[in-house]
Write a protein that binds this ligand. Sequence first.
Ligand SMILES: NC(=O)c1ccc[n+]([C@@H]2O[C@H](COP(=O)([O-])OP(=O)(O)OC[C@H]3O[C@@H](n4cnc5c(N)ncnc54)[C@H](O)[C@@H]3O)[C@@H](O)[C@H]2O)c1
Ligand SMILES: [Zn+2]
Length: 381
Amino acid sequence: MTAPLRADLATVKVALGARSYDIVIGRGLVASLGARIAGLRPGARAAIVTDENVARYHLGAVEAALAAAGVASTRVIVPVGESSKSFRVFEQVCEAIVAARIERGDLVIALGGGVIGDLAGFAASVVRRGLDYVQVPTTLLAQVDSSVGGKTAINSGHGKNLIGAFHQPILVLADTAALDTLPVREFRAGYAEVVKYGLLGDAAFFAWLEANWRDVFAGGKSSGSFAREHAIAVSCRAKAAIVARDERETGERALLNLGHTFGHALEAACGFSDRLLHGEAVAAGIALAFAFSARQQLMPAAEAERAIRHLAEVGLPTGPKDIPGGLPSVDRLMDLIAQDKKVKRGMLTFILARGIGAAFVEIGVDQGQVRAFLSEKLAGR
Ligand SMILES: NC(=O)c1ccc[n+]([C@@H]2O[C@H](COP(=O)([O-])OP(=O)(O)OC[C@H]3O[C@@H](n4cnc5c(N)ncnc54)[C@H](O)[C@@H]3O)[C@@H](O)[C@H]2O)c1
Ligand SMILES: [Zn+2]
């Protein structure tokens, strides 16, 4: 499906039996949040979990939409950033939800980026042994990735996302106008995950992105185009289809990790700091996965170069050479890759590709070949 949407509204269904839900995508949708919630759960009250940035820009509109539909709400505001995915903040959020007397039949609303979605979703999964929740994602990354699929988590001292649960939302409402306040660097980082869907399984969508990415970045505010909504809808449809077939990542869902094995190692090497955002690390990781696939003779070099060219064109990093500051040695990077959860019994599992739109899970990638490839990329800095 590659034709731009005719309307500025799209609904993607996540088909998971009794736990099925809609992802609704469109500009200005937040105004309908209260009515949608009142329709899904008549009489429900809501605790809105958000961060300080998002509260400043968008909390007022969300509260007004709820009030207009008679949905009573309280707010729980946490500090900005990954450090809020901690036991300490998690405890505060759980206690605040209990204190607000949100009970079975009521709702948690996750209003924010992936940090808030993961934190509030996990709190919803355990408070009173499980509350319903609604995702209102406000970053591009959250709209195309983290709000869909029901993975929720906080971080452990041993690593990211190690304490969590599968808990599906009852509704995802992606208001594309929320992205107008997002810093362009954050938008661009989220765009790496959009490109990922094209590269992993939809060559026509990738070609559409090559032609239309400027409209996706601009949004419909001035251009009147629905390119942004289209890109988000296609991305959500791709993720929803994979999640419906493999909710708990026993197989195919691993394809969504394209670029993430190299990416996580680079992200960890930069200390999960502002030096390299998650999506930026994923872009570099995708570029490396494509270059490595070409090196393994899985696809022509020109095919990998085309994928990498698009990432570079939008301003995303495509390898160690684009990452500012020092990077650790190849040995350290190999350690980080081996620590990644995509390692099974000492064998490296990578998502490789036979071409644009043709990714596959490769179990048992030779560590020596990865090491040689990476040291070359590091030497090229
Ligand atoms: N559960 C999953 O399946 C899944 C998938 C991918 C990523 N994640 C998680 O998502 C997190 C990253 O998400 P993220 O990139 O959205 O980060 P984030 O939630 O930290 O948001 C990025 C920044 O943008 C700000 N922000 C959010 N919305 C805004 C808006 N509309 N206007 C202005 N500023 C806004 C935030 O305050 C923050 O400073 C990571 O913790 C990652 O582990 C989870
Ligand atoms: Zn990712």
